[in-house]
Design a protein around this ligand. Structure first.
Ligand code: MF3
Ligand code: CO
Ligand code: CO
Length: 268
């Protein structure tokens, strides 16, 4: 099958991508101190909305078309057994929660997309473990791919590591190509497919890796009545981290590195 992956090989395109992701990472730095016990996810959403508009940019999630209704908020906040697309609400975060904050911004027509986990107060060993394994699996996925490599290498690295840690990997949602659109080719599964996905990551490919790792079964429930929220089928915890990457001639460049977030290899 012919690939519909756009390649970004001019300096102007690559700078557009870098600037969008850099702003998105700054937004995450801005929000980080607020993701604490007692704060509602709606409050975090409002902070993201204001900061983005004050800088002249656009929250990509707000009004993003869904199967049932457009997405109603500027960010996704997925707490505990929510796998992804959790909609910010008026429940205060409480000690013991784990929460994923997923941000996507449009800067001059270019998209940047990333997410980070937060441990609220004192969390269980199980919660800390799933968050750590999800973090390390993202970097294993990043380090598994080189220019001209195949998508399957990313999926295998993530899946084998998570399974070895006694955890499972969500199949229904994937990483994705990104650029002048939010979601495009190539799809990046976090579990190896059969036959193996031999799609080649050429220099100029911009894409996300965003593994969702579960303590119990990999299965997710059907989307909830709000049209977006996705939970684990068995109520187990789920953790996710995401970066936007540009494959260059020299290897993957992580476009969404933050100043204040955990660094590769760090204990969370
Ligand atoms: N940021 C999510 C991703 O990583 C997508 C969220 S779509 C939304 O692809 F509409 F729910 F915001
Ligand atoms: Co995202
Ligand atoms: Co994404």
């Amino acid at each position: 099958m012919r690939s519909r992956t756009p390649l970004f090989n001019t300096e102007a395109e690559r700078e557009g991508l870098r600037r969008a992701s850099r702003f998105n990472a700054q937004l995450l730095d801005h929000l980080r101190p607020h993701v604490v016990a007692g704060v509602t996810t709606s409050e975090i959403d409002r902070l993201a909305y204001s900061y983005t508009l004050e800088h002249g940019h656009t929250p990509a999630c707000l009004g993003y078309p869904g199967e049932v209704v457009p997405y109603p908020k500027s960010i996704c906040t997925s707490v505990n057994d929510v796998v992804c697309h959790g909609v910010p609400d008026d429940r205060p975060l409480q000690s013991g929660d784990i929460v994923n904050v997923d941000l996507t911004t449009i800067v001059d027509g270019w998209y940047g997309d990333q997410s980070e986990m937060f441990l609220i107060g004192e969390v269980s060993d199980e919660a800390r473990h799933v968050v750590q394994v999800a973090f390390d699996s993202l970097y294993l996925g990043i380090r598994a791919i080189e220019p001209g490599g195949q998508v399957d290498a990313i999926s295998r690295a993530i899946y084998e590591y998570a399974r070895g840690e006694g955890l499972d990997v969500v199949r229904e949602y994937q990483g994705h190509g990104i650029g002048r659109r939010f979601h495009q080719d190539p799809g990046i599964p976090h579990v190896p497919t059969r036959p193996p996905n031999r799609t080649v990551i050429q220099p100029g490919t911009c894409f996300t890796i965003e593994p969702m790792i579960n303590t119990g079964t990999w299965h997710t429930n059907r989307v909830e009545s709000d049209g977006w929220t996705v939970r684990t089928r068995d109520g187990g915890l789920s953790a996710q981290w995401e970066h936007t990457l540009l494959m260059t001639e020299d290897g993957p460049e992580i476009l969404t590195l933050t100043e204040g977030g955990p660094k590769e290899g760090q204990r969370i």
